[in-house]
Design a protein around this ligand. Structure first.
Ligand SMILES: [Zn+2]
Length: 275
C-alpha cells in the first residue's frame, strides 16, 4: 500500500490523480492545490463545467471520493511556495511514500524537489511541452540527481521565460500568453498518463536510475523542425548528479561514482539517442 503526495491538480495533474487514485495499491493521497477552477480551465480539464468557481482541490477530492471512497484523502489548499506553510507541507510529505509533482512553474518544481529531498522520498514530475509537441516525465530518487541537476543539464533557467521548448501543462493565463501555444487535451492526457505509469512503476519497483535506464523520459508527439524528427518517439536521458550542483552538491557520491557514472555520462552526452 502506498500514500502519495501530489502537488497540482491542473489539466495534467488531475489526469494523473484520476489514474493513480484508481490503483488498489494507492490507499492514501495528500493533494496540494490552492487554485480555483476557472472557466478557461474547462476546455482541457477533467473536471466538469459545473465545478467552475470551486476550489480545484475540493472538486478533485469529490472526484476521487466518488471513485475510491476507501482512500484516505487529504487536501491542502496552499501554495507550495508560501514560507509559512512549509512545516505543514513537511509533515504531510513525511507521511507519504512517493511524490507526484504536477506544477507548471520552475520555482514550484524547485520547492517540491527541496521538500522531497528533505523527507527522502522518490518523486516524479510530468511536463507537457508548449504547443503539446511532446513532454517529459522525470523520476527522482534519494541520492540521485536533484531537479537542479536535471534543469541545469537541460539548460533551463529559473526565469519567467524558459528556453524553448518550455514545459507547459497548458496554461492560457501564462505570463507570456501570446508566446504560449496551448497544448491539446490529447497531448496533456498522453503525457499525464505516462507520468502516472512512471509513478506506478516507482511504487511497485523502486527505481534506481543506475539500473533502470533513465532519469528523464522525453516523448515526442509531433514532428517539429530542429526539435523532433518524428512523432511518437521516446528519448531516454540518464542525467547524472552534478558535482557542481549548488542545490544537492556531491559529497557521498564518490563511492558510487565509478564506471557506471561514466557510462551514464557517455549516454547523456549522446543526447536524444533512440530508446
Ligand atoms: Zn543537484
Amino acid at each position: 500500500m502506498a500514500r502519495l503526495f501530489q502537488v497540482g491538480a491542473g489539466s495534467g495533474g488531475m489526469v494523473v490523480l484520476d489514474l493513480l487514485c484508481r490503483e488498489p495499491q494507492v490507499d492514501g493521497i495528500v493533494l496540494v492545490e490552492p487554485d480555483v477552477y476557472a472557466p478557461h480551465n474547462v476546455v482541457r480539464h477533467l473536471l466538469p463545467p459545473a465545478s467552475v468557481g470551486q476550489r480545484k482541490a475540493e472538486a478533485a477530492a469529490a472526484w476521487v471520493r466518488e471513485r475510491r471512497p476507501d482512500l484516505a484523502l487529504d487536501i491542502l489548499m496552499v501554495d507550495i511556495l508560501q514560507p509559512e506553510v512549509q512545516p505543514l507541507l513537511l509533515e504531510a510529505a513525511q507521511g507519504c511514500d512517493v511524490g507526484v509533482c504536477a506544477v507548471d512553474n520552475e520555482p514550484a518544481k524547485y520547492a517540491f524537489d527541496a521538500l522531497m529531498r528533505r523527507v527522502g522520498r522518490p518523486w516524479t514530475l510530468g511536463e507537457v511541452l508548449s504547443g503539446g509537441i511532446g513532454g517529459w516525465v522525470h523520476r527522482f530518487v534519494p541520492g540521485g540527481p536533484c531537479y537542479g541537476c536535471v534543469a541545469s543539464y537541460l539548460q533551463r533557467e529559473v526565469t519567467e521565460a524558459p528556453p524553448a521548448p518550455p514545459p507547459d501543462y497548458s496554461q492560457p493565463q501564462a505570463a507570456q500568453a501570446e508566446l504560449t501555444i496551448p497544448a491539446s487535451r490529447a497531448a496533456i492526457h498522453t503525457i499525464a498518463s505516462l507520468h502516472a505509469m512512471v509513478t506506478l512503476e516507482l511504487l511497485t519497483a523502486p527505481a534506481d536510475p543506475a539500473t533502470t535506464g533513465f532519469t528523464s523520459l522525453l516523448w515526442s508527439l509531433r514532428k517539429v523542425e530542429d526539435i523532433f524528427d518524428e512523432p511518437y518517439r521516446s528519448y531516454r536521458f540518464r542525467i547524472p548528479r552534478s558535482a557542481n550542483c549548488l542545490i544537492c552538491g556531491i559529497r557521498e557520491q564518490a563511492a558510487t561514482a565509478g564506471k557506471d557514472l561514466d557510462v551514464a555520462i557517455d549516454q547523456a552526452l549522446a543526447r536524444l539517442a533512440p530508446s
